[in-house]
Design a protein around this ligand. Structure first.
Ligand code: HEM
Length: 142
C-alpha cells in the first residue's frame, strides 16, 4: 500500500491530516513506542540480536520507525533518507528462516499489544506485520 493511497488530506505544509491510519493511531509517538518496545524484545533474543548492529541500535530503531510511519501514511522521511525500501533485498544478508520470522513476530506481538489500539486498527496493523514477516523469509535452512 503506497502512503498516498492513505493520505486523504494534507495540511499547509503538505503533512497528512486526518483520515489516515498514521494519524488515527497517534502519529509518531505511537510508532516510536511500538518499535522501541519491539527492540527490547530483540535485545534479549539470542537468535535475532546478533543480526542487528552492535553499536547502532538507535539507527535501527529510527529506520524501522520511519519505514512503518511512511507505510501507514505518515511522513516520507524514510525514503528521503534510505531510498526505495526494497525490504526483501535489504534482508538478504540475514538468515530469515521460519524460526527467525516467528521470533520477530513474537516481539512485535508484545509491542502491538502494549499500544492498546482499537480492535480495527490492531487488526489492520497485525495483519500487515504478519504478512510482511512471512514475505521476508529467505531460507528454510535451520
Ligand atoms: C521476519 C523476520 C525479520 C528479521 C529477522 C529482520 C531483521 C532485520 C535486520 C537484522 C535488520 C538490520 C537492522 C538495521 O540496521 O536497520 C533489518 C532492517 C529492517 N527491517 Fe527487518 N527483519 C524482519 C522482518 C521485517 C519486516 C516484516 C519488516 C517490515 C514490516 C522489516 C522492516 C525492516 C526495515 C524497514 C529495516 C531497515 C532497512 C534499511 O533501511 O536499511 N523487517 N531487519
Amino acid at each position: 500500500m503506497a502512503e498516498d493511497s492513505l493520505t486523504l488530506r494534507s495540511g499547509a505544509g503538505g503533512e497528512p491530516v486526518g483520515g489516515n491510519f498514521w494519524n488515527e493511531v497517534g502519529g509518531r509517538p505511537t510508532f516510536e513506542k511500538l518499535v522501541r518496545r519491539f527492540y527490547e524484545g530483540i535485545e534479549a533474543d539470542e537468535v535475532l540480536r546478533p543480526m542487528y548492529p552492535d553499536d547502532d541500535m538507535e539507527g535501527a530503531v529510527q529506520r524501522l520507525t520511519g519505514f512503518l510511519e511512511q507505510y501507514w501514511g505518515g511522513p516520507t522521511t524514510y525514503s528521503q533518507e534510505r531510498g526505495h525500501p526494497r525490504l526483501r533485498m535489504r534482508h538478504m544478508p540475514f538468515k530469515v528462516n521460519p524460526d527467525a520470522r516467528d521470533r520477530w513476530l513474537k516481539h512485535m506481538r508484545v509491542a502491538v499489544d502494549e499500544l492498546g489500539l482499537s480492535p480495527l486498527h490492531e487488526g489492520m496493523l497485525w495483519g500487515y506485520l504478519e504478512r510482511a514477516a512471512h514475505a521476508m523469509v529467505n531460507t528454510f535452512e535451520e
